[in-house]
Design a protein around this ligand. Structure first.
Ligand SMILES: C[S@@+](CC[C@H](N)C(=O)[O-])C[C@H]1O[C@@H](n2cnc3c(N)ncnc32)[C@H](O)[C@@H]1O
Length: 230
């Protein structure tokens, strides 16, 4: 299964189905908590959110070339950890999309009163999801791209590009491998190196307008990068 994904060539339809269904099965068994979202690293959530906020505040707001703050999309949102502490405080409306219904159900209570400003809860895989054209100022995609095959990731990013409002941007925040592609058979995902990720981004017709590495994360985990694209 993985050698095919590895080669970044073609993956057989059966292997692709297994790749996605194994991931769905994995997440169905994970408790709908911050710790569950972060694979036991719930303690880094605050550092993560602070880093994201500092990054995003450089790009959004009033002024020449800045991105608006009407509507954001949280991709692979889970229970809404990022929507609650990053996106809902900064945007008028937030939509969430995730493949795991149980997480979206939990989000409805986890987000609290501010959750009233959620526009839509979409329960679907990103490989099938078609975001509405021209709807979003920011499309936030964190810790989920490893669940998409290369072709699906490129196609999804292209659909996201069309779903942006003028001056809108896509942010990918994710683990980055030291070299090549590293599979994780436990959750059925892969981790790509930065060069491969950048190449997939450019295949989607997107340009990196700002990039930073998240600081202050534990030494033993993957490096995490934030890429702002449009
Ligand atoms: C590591 S968690 C991250 C959750 C959230 N982004 C965060 O940082 O708190 C991965 C999430 O991706 C979702 N997911 C996995 N495969 C997916 C797919 N193909 N399409 C959409 N969501 C997916 C899981 O249900 C889970 O909520």
């Amino acid at each position: 299964l993985y050698s095919l994904i590895f080669g970044r060539l073609r993956i057989s339809p059966e292997d692709e189905t297994t790749f996605y269904s194994n991931a769905e099965g994995y997440w169905k068994d994970i408790p709908p908590t911050v710790d569950g979202m972060l694979g036991g690293y719930g303690s880094i959530s605050s550092i993560d959110i602070s880093g994201s906020k500092a990054f995003l505040l450089k790009l959004i707001g009033e002024g020449e070339g800045k991105t608006g703050t009407s509507c954001a999309l949280d991709c692979g949102a889970g229970i809404g950890r990022i929507s609650k502490r990053l996106l809902l405080p900064l945007f008028n409306t937030v939509d969430l999309v995730d493949v795991t219904q149980e997480f979206l159900d939990k989000a409805k209570t986890y987000l609290g009163n501010e959750g009233k400003r959620v526009g839509n809860f979409f329960c679907t895989g990103l490989q099938e999801f078609v975001p509405e054209n021209g709807r979003y100022d920011v499309i936030w995609i964190q810790w989920v791209i490893g669940h998409l095959t290369d072709n699906h990731l490129v196609d999804f990013l292209e659909r996201c590009r069309k779903a942006l409002r003028p001056k809108g941007l896509i942010v990918i925040k994710d683990n980055v491998a030291y070299e090549g592609v590293v599979p994780d058979e436990v959750d059925s995902s892969i981790c790509r190196d930065l060069e491969i990720l950048q190449s997939l981004v450019s295949q989607a017709g997107l340009r990196i307008i700002h990039q930073e590495q998240q600081i202050n994360f534990p030494k033993e985990i993957y490096h995490v990068h934030m890429l702002a694209l449009r």
